[in-house]
Design a protein around this ligand. Structure first.
Ligand code: SAH
Length: 393
C-alpha cells in the first residue's frame, strides 16, 4: 500500500475543488514514512480518498496532486500520457514558429515539471521533490515521444532549495548547440539554452511581442529590460525607425545584437545600452529624450508576500520614469511577471505612476502569458504574467 497523507477535517475543501496544493498546516498525519517525492494516497479524516500526490516534507507545500482519479497510477505510463496530452493540446500554437512550452507544471497536471522545446532541443526543469523523484520516468517519456530531439536539464532554479533539492544542469541526451536558432512570428532568435534565463527564452511573451510589432511602424522605441532583445526585434520587424535595447546584462545584450544581425537589421536602427534601468531612465529624462513606444518587462520584483511592498515601489518607480519619457500619443507596454501582484493592484500602481508623472492614459489592451502557458481553472496561481498596453496623452 502507498503511504498516506491524512488531511485535517475541513481542510480538504480546496482539494475537492481540484486545487492541487496541500499546505503543511492542512496535514493531520502521515502514515507509512514516505520518502521525499514519493507518491502518497491523500485521504480525508473520514477516510474518503481524495487523490494521489507527491510528498514534499521540506516544503510549505507538503504535497502536490498528480491525479484526482482513483484508477490512475503514477507510473511511467502516466508521464508518457500526460506529456503527450499536453503537447497535443498545443497543436497549432507554434504558428510559423519553432519554439513552444509543452508542459506548464500544475496547469498541465504535472506539478513541478516545465518542458520547453526549441527547434528540436527539449529543455526541462524539475522544480519539486515529486518531479525530481520521477525524473527517470520523465526522461524516458521524452526519449520515447521525441526520439530525434536533444535533451537538456536546466534544474538550476532557486525554488528547488525550498524542496530540499540541489540545483542541477546537464545534457541528458544528444548534442546541444551553444546557441539554438528558433523562429518566432517570422523573426529568428538565438537561444542560449545552457546559460540563458529560465530555459533560455521568454516564450510567455510571444503574443505580446507580436502586439508591439503591429504598432511599431515608424516609431522611436525603448525596450527596457530587453534581455536578448525580443520586443525590440519585434518592433524592428514591424517597421520601427530605431530601437534602444536596455538591460543590466552585457551578455544578454551581446545576444540581442547577434539577433539583430541574424535578421538583417542595420546597426543604425538598433542601439544597446548596458546599465541599471532605474538610473538610466532618470538621466534620459533630464536630457529630454522622448520615445513613441516603451516596453517595460522587469524581472520578478516580488517572490514572496513579504517582498510585495518593496516590489510595488519598484514597479511604481520604473513606470513613473517611463511615463515621463513618452511622447504624447505614445504607447507604454508595461508588465509584471510576479504572480503575487494582482491585476487590480498592478493597474493602480501604473495609474499612480502616471499621475505622479503628470500624465494621463487609457488602457487599450490587457495582456497576459501566451496560450502555451495556460492556467488550469482550479489553479489561479498558474496565471502570473500581466501587462497593460496604454495609450498616453
Ligand atoms: N523582455 C525580455 C525578458 C526580460 S527579463 C524578453 O522578452 O525576452 C528581465 C531582464 O531585466 C533580464 O534580462 C535582466 O538582466 C534585466 N534586469 C534586471 N534588473 C535590471 C535593472 N535594474 N536594469 C536593467 N535591466 C535589468
Amino acid at each position: 500500500m502507498d503511504p498516506q497523507l491524512i488531511i485535517s477535517k475541513g481542510r480538504e475543501k480546496s482539494l475537492r475543488r481540484r486545487h492541487p496544493w496541500i499546505f503543511s498546516g492542512a496535514v493531520a498525519r502521515v502514515i507509512g514514512n514516505p520518502k521525499p517525492g514519493q507518491t502518497v494516497d491523500v485521504r480525508a479524516e473520514n477516510g474518503d480518498w481524495l487523490g494521489r500526490a507527491a510528498f514534499s516534507p521540506a516544503s510549505q507545500i507538503q504535497a502536490r496532486i498528480w491525479t484526482f482519479d482513483t484508477d490512475e497510477r503514477i507510473d511511467e505510463q502516466f508521464f508518457l500520457r500526460s506529456i503527450r496530452n499536453a503537447a497535443r493540446q498545443r497543436h497549432g500554437l507554434e504558428g510559423s514558429g519553432t519554439a513552444l512550452r509543452l508542459v506548464h507544471s500544475e496547469s498541465d497536471g504535472l506539478p513541478g515539471l516545465i518542458l520547453d522545446r526549441y527547434n528540436g532541443v527539449l529543455v526541462f526543469q524539475l522544480l519539486t521533490a515529486g518531479a525530481e523523484f520521477c525524473r527517470k520516468a520523465v526522461v524516458d517519456a521524452l526519449r520515447q515521444l521525441y526520439p530525434d530531439d536533444a535533451i537538456l536539464e536546466r534544474s538550476d532554479v532557486e525554488v528547488r532549495a525550498k524542496e530540499g533539492l540541489q540545483e542541477r544542469i546537464g545534457v541528458v541526451h544528444g548534442r546541444i548547440p551553444e546557441l539554438v536558432p528558433i523562429l518566432e512570428n517570422g523573426l529568428e532568435y538565438l537561444v542560449d539554452v545552457r546559460g540563458g534565463h529560465k530555459t533560455g527564452f521568454y516564450l510567455d511573451q510571444r503574443d505580446n511581442r507580436l502586439a508591439v510589432g503591429r504598432v511599431a511602424a515608424g516609431a522611436e522605441m525603448l525596450n527596457c529590460f530587453c534581455y536578448t532583445g525580443g520586443f525590440g526585434l519585434a518592433a524592428l520587424g514591424g517597421g520601427a525607425a530605431r530601437v534602444t535595447q536596455l538591460d543590466a546584462s552585457a551578455q544578454a545584450l551581446a545576444l540581442a545584437d547577434r539577433n539583430r544581425e541574424k535578421n538583417g537589421f542595420p546597426t543604425e536602427r538598433m542601439t544597446t545600452v548596458c546599465g541599471d534601468a532605474f538610473q538610466i531612465l532618470r538621466a534620459w529624462h533630464r536630457e529630454g529624450r522622448r520615445y513613441d513606444i516603451i516596453v517595460l518587462d522587469p524581472p520578478k520584483f516580488a517572490d514572496s508576500k513579504a517582498s510585495l511592498n518593496r516590489a510595488c515601489r519598484g514597479y511604481k518607480d520604473i513606470n513613473l520614469c517611463a511615463f515621463r519619457l513618452l511622447q504624447p500619443g505614445g504607447r507604454l507596454f508595461t508588465f509584471s511577471c510576479s504572480g503575487l501582484m494582482e491585476d487590480g493592484l498592478f493597474q493602480k500602481i501604473v495609474a499612480d505612476a502616471a499621475l505622479d508623472a503628470g500624465r494621463n492614459g487609457r488602457i487599450l489592451h490587457r495582456l497576459s502569458q501566451a496560450a502555451d502557458h495556460p492556467v488550469a481553472l482550479p489553479f489561479p496561481e498558474g496565471s502570473y504574467l500581466k501587462g497593460l498596453e496604454i495609450l498616453v496623452e
